[in-house]
Design a protein around this ligand. Sequence first.
Ligand SMILES: [Ca+2]
Length: 100
Amino acid sequence: MACHPQESVALTALEQALVSIMRVFHTYSGCRGRLRKADLKALVNRELPQFVQEIRDPNTLERLFRDLDADGDKSIDFQEYTTLVAMVTAACHTSFLQGQ
Ligand SMILES: [Ca+2]
């Protein structure tokens, strides 16, 4: 698998979307490479405002964080973040189909 796209080659829409998924994670995880609770809240509220209801309640954040933190290390790594992306994508796809 070639995961280092050449600068001069145009990416497809799906490839651009995958790059965006990676960039967003790294924007919020910074050099730690992992999301803390506050990072997750900021990411969801700033990057998914049309797709996910704003997180205001600490219990909602706690529940989401716990659900995503599969290994229980109190942080969300990239693999766990992809679960969030998949969940939101699947839920939105269902709504998308119902809206057609
Ligand atoms: Ca974790």
